[in-house]
Write a protein that binds this ligand. Structure first.
Ligand code: COA
Length: 415
């Protein structure tokens, strides 16, 4: 079966996490992704957090599926020429180097345009133009600067970063959309363009509801669905909301049977307004259905803590899965707190290809997260990540280099 991005060639100049997530997605949609790495070293994550000596780390393998790897020393004059021929042959160059690195290498936007006016140059940077534009940035810096950390955690504790890699993988997703959009526009204009996804911007986009809340707070001085209401105090900025729901339907994380020993024996429980009567019946508080303190969503807001404490008395008598089963029969929105172990072993996620077992010639079998975006006409087959330089000869041949030329360039340290 054909793939959505068949025929699109990506010069993948990315490393670590944010850029590689983006190009991995493009590869899963069918693009030919050629990852350029430094000879002898490669993407730094190949050797970071290793669990098996001398085998590419899970950090690397899980972010670089379906790609080809070619080694080029892009600071070597002969290596630069190889990169130039790749620029001429590809549709998109994706990079997430520190600000200015690509220019220092000699590959400015102007130079790339000279080589290939149709080229789309897509970059992840930590910050957009402004005071921090020259800074190097990693995941948690972006979470802190994008508003996630100041709004995550509990009111009486410090800011907290999320386990979800919204700065890196989140920005990779934003960049992938930018690239596909630029390719679409190129069909009409015939021109390439620059695509920039700044990690601070990407995180802020995902924290959009918190900027909503900042403005609500400034106008009204309070936010009734936050745990600070009615007994705590609000300051000038959006506070940390614990596990309160980010939307208009109040929710909280509640203990389930076994919570004393299992750190994940919890369920997220949403007191969705349309099923308030059902909630009262399930937990045995039918008198709350028409009680003036509980009857309407507005009436319930000042009593949320007490309401959740009462619901928890019920959830503590059930495992999270038993609670799920019962609550779903009544259309009450809820979600079990799943551990990574439970997710890894979940048969339904295996069945849909969201969790995939991959075989690797050095490390053997491992699990990865497959393509979370499913296209009915462009299915994803997850192929193991390439070894360092595994496709150098193959790509060099496609670029028109003879085996003798390849051998010479290798002896010069250019590839
Ligand atoms: N051949 C020769 N040199 C190469 C090369 C190759 N194939 N590939 C990379 N290099 C060089 C670069 O030209 C650069 O050299 P320079 O500093 O002399 O100009 C050097 O390798 C290092 O690149 P850099 O990006 O600065 O790496 P770093 O390890 O110091 O920093 C980051 C890593 C992630 C902090 C930085 O790349 C960054 O801020 N990126 C943008 C934001 C981002 O994506 N962050 C999240 C990463 S998950």
């Amino acid at each position: 079966m054909s793939k959505a991005l068949d025929g699109v060639r990506i010069l993948d100049f990315t490393h670590v996490q944010s850029g590689p997530t983006c190009t991995q997605l493009l590869a899963w949609f069918g693009a030919d992704v050629i990852k350029v790495e430094r000879a002898g070293a490669g993407d730094i994550t190949r050797e970071q957090l290793r669990d098996i000596p001398d085998a590419d780390s899970l950090y690397f393998t899980m972010l670089n599926h379906n790609k080809r790897s070619i080694t080029i020393d892009t600071k070597n004059p002969e290596g630069k020429k190889v990169l130039e021929s790749l620029v001429k042959k590809c549709d998109v160059l994706v990079e997430n180097f520190a600000p200015g690195a690509l220019d220092r290498m000699g590959f400015t936007w102007e130079r790339i345009q000279e080589l290939n006016p149709k080229m789309i140059v897509a970059s992840v940077k930590g910050f957009g133009p402004g005071p921090y534009e020259d800074c190097k940035v990693y995941e948690n810096v972006a979470q802190c600067a994008g508003g996630a950390a100041s709004t995550t955690g509990f009111d009486d504790g410090p800011p907290v970063v999320s386990g979800a890699q919204i700065g890196d993988s989140g920005t990779g997703l934003h960049l992938a959309l930018g690239i596909v959009t630029a390719l679409y526009q190129r069909n009409a204009t015939g021109r390439g363009q620059k695509v920039l996804a700044a990690m601070q911007d990407g995180v802020l986009n995902l924290c959009r509801v918190k900027l909503r809340d900042q403005q609500r707070l400034e106008r009204t001085g309070t936010m009734k669905e936050y745990p600070q209401y009615p007994n705590g105090t609000f300051g000038e900025a959006v506070p940390r909301a614990g596990n309160a729901s980010g939307g208009g339907q109040p929710g909280w994380i509640l203990k389930c049977k076994g919570w004393e020993t299992d750190p994940n024996a919890y369920i997220y429980f949403i007191t969705q307004a349309p099923v308030w009567g059902e909630i009262c019946k399930v937990i045995g508080k039918e008198e709350w259905i028409d009680h003036p303190d509980f009857r309407t969503p507005a009436a319930r807001l000042p009593h949320l803590k007490g309401i959740f404490a009462e619901i928890e008395q019920w959830t503590m008598t059930k495992t999270k899965f038993e609670a799920m089963e019962i609550l779903n029969q009544h259309d009450i929105p809820c979600g079990p707190i799943l551990s990574m172990k439970e997710i890894a072993e979940d048969p339904s996620l295996r069945k849909t290809g969201t969790i995939v077992e991959v075989d690797h010639p050095v490390r053997g079998k491992y699990l990865t997260v497959g393509n979370p975006i499913k296209l009915s006409d462009s299915p994803t087959d997850v192929v193991r990540s390439p070894l360092l330089g595994e496709h150098t000869d193959e790509v060099m041949a496609e670029l028109g280099y003879s085996p003798d030329q390849v051998a010479t360039l290798r002896s010069l340290g250019a590839i």
